[in-house]
Design a protein. Structure first.
Length: 242
């Protein structure tokens, strides 16, 4: 089965639409959380995920909007976007976010927003941070989001470790490793200096993961954000991918 792996949509409908179009060949699409936060279209993004029956785990922004997580952990701009989203979101969509699980399994992989040790909070960007998740993995692959920076960290069969940032078109051959953690980057707010939407595909037959980047209409999203009064730094960062 060819899986589409998406994460950190952050209410960015333009980016989500372009990514979903690119995934027309996927047999199944899964989402690693943070459907909302930062961007101008929370309801539309949730409705698209629901309509396509995309299995989704909870992200920290989803939990902040429902009140399940305290916004004191958020910076000022992120907090303002959470408050704005709370005013915008429909009762029904809020109910959907509240029910999202923290961890899901599918085929030979697990999915979580942050880490298996701390699903909503922990960032896994280094080997040290990856070790507890390796210890908790019950399947050979774990897909994560949260940092919006695509990368993989892997344990080899000889006990050594491997890992690096992933650029557009780069692959990870899962069979080369004992266990692999892969961050697919962010659909709606990339942070690795490349403003293009980031997502992954995973072929469970060949066991090859591929990272993809795709351009979307950044100006259109920025225009919507300005119109509804979302914080200017959140508007600016989309064009830099930072
Ligand atoms: Zn996020």
């Amino acid at each position: 089965m060819l899986y589409g792996i998406i994460s950190d949509i952050h209410s960015n409908l333009e980016a989500l639409d372009v990514v979903l179009n690119k995934l027309y060949q996927a047999g199944k699409i899964v989402c690693l959380g943070d459907i909302v936060g930062y961007g101008p279209n929370p309801n539309e993004c949730i409705e698209k995920i629901k309509e396509l029956n995309i299995p989704t785990v909870a992200g920290n922004h989803d939990a902040a909007v429902t009140g399940q997580m305290d916004v004191k952990w958020f910076n000022q701009n992120a907090r303002e976007a959470v408050f704005w989203t709370q005013k915008e979101i429909s009762e029904e969509n809020l109910g959907y976010l509240k029910e999202l699980p923290e961890v899901l399994e599918e085929d030979d992989f697990q999915m979580v927003h942050g880490s298996l040790r701390s699903p909503l909070e922990e960032y896994v960007t280094s080997l040290t941070e990856a070790l507890p998740t390796f210890g908790l993995m019950t399947r050979p692959v774990c897909f994560i989001g949260h940092s919006h920076v695509p990368l993989f960290i892997a344990r080899k069969k000889d006990g050594n470790y491997d890992g690096r940032a992933l650029l557009d078109g780069e692959e990870v051959l899962v069979d080369d490793y004992e266990k692999v953690i892969i961050n697919v980057g962010g659909v709606g707010q990339p942070r690795d200096g490349d403003p293009r939407a980031s997502f992954g595909t995973y072929d469970s037959k060949t066991r090859i993961f591929t990272l993809h980047r795709v351009e979307y209409n950044v100006e259109q999203v920025q225009g919507k954000m300005k119109k509804v009064g979302l914080p200017q730094p959140l508007i600016d960062r989309l064009q830099f991918g930072r």
